[in-house]
Design a binder for this molecule. Structure first.
Ligand code: ATP
Ligand code: MG
Length: 428
């Protein structure tokens, strides 16, 4: 029978990769914690209407990327393609928004039926941050400064650039959209196929087109920044000033529009050149209209989401994953003979408790040589050996595996201290 395989674009994350994921996740949690953000965990399935109403009917996601199915009750459900809508739903449902300020984050898989390629998958992971109840540019700046700090913590600060734009308010966007459609409508034949389609569905996305001829055409098109109202302009200027003060560099990119309908005012993306076309590792912006659009009271909101796979690709490409991250075991313990094993079995557990070191116990017997091979492969720095001789003498052989140091015999009662001192630098 043919073997069943994973679904295309949905990846297993194997044990040699999970340490890198954990490294990234831990750094992110640490940074978010320092800014006082709290975690929210949402279901991965929601009513289809939640996404249709929030993301917008004519966006790529809703038009062609959602995993939608009917459950046994005949309800239309969708695997979440992003987290913002779910986050708003959850907060509304539990009364976390009205008259309150929230700083939240979440992490987990998202699902979009896209063409799988490097940096683009059908199940991928985002770490998202959403804030509610703050309308000034101060919180926009905080989010951006926080991401900049994260890049520094990950060693990625030289690999990403910040693109920044303002989308103004809904009425100005509508005026601009109309003028843009009129202008581009007169040159339809010069537009790429995607942009031709978007002309009637989501014309602002055309600004985003990578096609050179379309981009050339846009040079003479109406300019978005001529349409921005005073309030949005001032909001943007104050944001830029805060970023200047914080020493965060940015490029104002008037053609940066986000794929989703709900953004207004601030939008931003962190982009890298290292990953080809899938260069956006973090994207977000302000969405003051969304809570109301989903049935709540008008609430200012701003957030962003990072693509975990892309960040990991970037870390790997640039060699920024510290070696220690991949090392899962400090010590490999092995015994020769049943009696020695029985003693070692209890001893290693005491050592784990006393030292906090990661100790892997060899199980399954075998020759000294084959056990040594496994010890070497485990990545451990030190092997502990216990045989009949050691048992009789009340010692354990401590054998360095990575450094050119002599092995030595250590009395059992001194073992915990000896091992702890050997790992002392790593623990700091
Ligand atoms: P793109 O333009 O690359 O399709 P997007 O605008 O659709 O991105 P968002 O919805 O803003 O992406 O999601 C935020 C981040 O999530 C992206 O910047 C990216 O890092 C990541 N991301 C989005 N879609 C995928 C995917 N299919 N596979 C892997 N990562 C993704
Ligand atoms: Mg997309």
């Amino acid at each position: 029978m043919a073997r069943i395989k994973a679904i295309r674009g949905m990846n297993d994350i194997l044990p040699d990769q999970t340490p890198v994921w954990q490294f990234l996740e831990n750094r992110v949690k640490e940074v978010l914690g320092r800014y006082g953000y709290a975690e929210l965990r949402m279901p991965i399935v929601e009513q289809t209407d939640l996404f249709k109403r929030s993301i917008g009917e004519v966006t790529d996601i809703v038009e062609k990327e959602m995993y939608t199915f009917e459950d046994r009750n005949g309800d239309s459900l969708t695997l979440r393609p992003e987290g913002t809508a779910s986050c708003v739903r959850a907060c509304e449902e539990h009364g976390l928004i009205f008259n309150q300020v929230q700083r939240l984050w979440y992490m987990g898989p998202m699902f979009r039926h896209e063409r799988p390629q490097k940096g683009r998958y059908r199940q991928f992971h985002q770490i998202g941050v959403e804030t509610f109840g703050m309308q000034g540019p101060d919180i926009d700046a905080e989010l951006i400064v926080m991401t900049a700090r994260l890049w520094r913590q990950l060693g990625l600060e030289d690999a990403v650039t910040l693109h920044l734009n303002t989308l103004g308010n809904a009425a100005d966007r509508a005026r601009f959209r109309e003028d843009l459609v009129n202008y581009l409508g007169a040159h339809v034949d010069k537009l790429d196929a995607d942009s031709q389609r978007r002309l009637s569905t989501n014309p602002l996305r055309i600004l985003d087109s990578k096609d050179p001829q379309t981009q050339a055409l846009l040079d003479d098109a109406p300019h978005f920044h001529d349409y921005i109202d005073d309030e949005s302009r001032e909001h943007f200027e104050r944001l830029c000033k805060l970023l200047d003060q914080a020493g965060v560099a940015y490029e104002v990119n008037a053609r940066l529009v986000r794929g989703l309908d709900y953004y207004g005012k601030t939008v931003f993306e962190w982009i890298t050149d290292e990953l080809g076309a899938q260069g956006t590792v973090c994207a977000g912006g302000r969405y003051d209209g969304l809570v109301e659009q989903l049935g709540g009271r008008p609430t200012p909101a701003v957030g962003f989401a990072m693509g975990v796979e892309r960040l990991i690709l970037l870390l790997e490409t640039l060699g920024k994953v510290p070696d220690a991250v991949r090392q899962q075991v400090d010590i490999y313990a092995m015994a020769m003979g049943d009696e020695a094993f029985a003693r070692l079995f209890g001893l290693v557990d005491t050592l784990r408790e006393q030292t906090g070191l990661r100790i892997q116990l060899h199980c399954g017997g075998g020759s000294f040589k084959s056990q040594m091979k496994k010890a070497d492969r485990s990545g451990a720095r030190i092997a502990l050996l216990l045989g009949d001789d050691e048992c009789r003498a009340g010692v354990v052989t401590v054998k360095p595996l990575r450094e050119a140091l002599e092995q030595r015999q250590v009395p059992v009662e001194q073992l915990a201290d000896t091992l702890a001192s050997m790992f002392v630098e790593d623990q700091e």
